[in-house]
Design a protein around this ligand. Structure first.
Ligand SMILES: [Zn+2]
Length: 263
């Protein structure tokens, strides 16, 4: 009894004294990820990570913003926020994210791509070019695209609903002919609780004006650059929202609904 009381007290003291830790990491050949896709699917839409802090972990990547306020593209070191008007804004350094994935992009291989292709066919071509399904890849595709369909999600208010419900109100944008860059990652199937398994690409045009989460494409004349990455650094939010989310539910159907175009 006495012993139990003491250990309880010690635990209380430890939790009261534990400071917030900084999310620091060495930089190269690493995917830096903040929070998990599962947390986002459950409605974990507020994080503590600022754009200023995030920028230290990569010059290339994707994600979203607090309250689910749009799609994030990080390209050549600049963060862009594509809101539900389909337009790209540059968020301030104090703007926060609940989910982001970045790397310092260095292409290992690149090849040209040309012709009519559906999004699935484009992804199949990428799959033929990656050396293993079990590593992480950053993917950049620069060029001209036709029939590009992208989307963004509307800013949310509390209490937050799961992403599978929220995405029903997404805005879809059709870009008939556009020049720009697809930016994103391929994650292995075995990481599906942590990130989107397979490809997850966002788009930003060359004018840095339009973009979104890529849903479909009809043709591409483009250069594909692939950076293979053997390290993953996962930083978790230190707030009560994240601490209290139930991350045990099966959200696989929701993930499909969120990531892909429904016919
Ligand atoms: Zn996305």
């Amino acid at each position: 009894m006495h012993r139990l009381l003491i250990s309880g007290l010690v635990l209380l003291l430890i939790s009261a004294c534990t400071p917030q830790k900084e999310h620091t990491a060495p930089g190269k050949n690493q995917v830096y990820q903040y929070a998990t896709i599962k947390a986002l699917l459950e409605g974990g839409y507020d994080g503590d990570m600022t754009m200023g802090e995030l920028a230290q972990h990569g010059d290339f990547g994707i994600g979203t913003f607090n309250a689910l306020d749009g799609e994030m593209v990080v390209l050549d070191g600049t963060v862009y926020q594509i809101k539900t008007d389909g337009l790209a804004y540059e968020p301030g350094t104090d703007t926060k994210t609940p989910f982001a994935v970045l790397t310092h992009f260095e292409a290992d291989t690149s090849f040209a791509l040309s012709g009519e292709m559906s999004y699935d066919e484009l992804l199949t071509t990428l799959d033929e070019s990656v050396k293993s399904r079990n590593l992480f890849y950053a993917i950049r595709i620069d060029g001209e695209f036709s029939g590009l369909k992208t989307r963004s999600v509307p800013v949310q208010t509390r209490p937050y609903r799961p992403l599978g419900e929220v995405v029903e109100a997404q805005s879809i944008f059709q870009l008939e002919v556009t020049e720009g860059s697809m930016v994103g990652f391929r994650f292995p199937e075995y990481t599906k609780e942590i990130n989107v398994p397979g490809y997850h690409l966002h788009y930003l045009d060359d004018q840095r004006k339009k973009g979104g989460h890529v849903l479909a494409v009809k043709s591409a004349t483009a250069m594909v650059s692939i950076d293979y990455i053997p390290n993953l650094y996962l930083a978790l939010p230190e707030n009560s929202d994240f601490h209290n989310l139930d991350l045990t539910k099966d959200r696989e159907e929701d993930l499909d609904k969120v990531e892909k175009l429904r016919n």
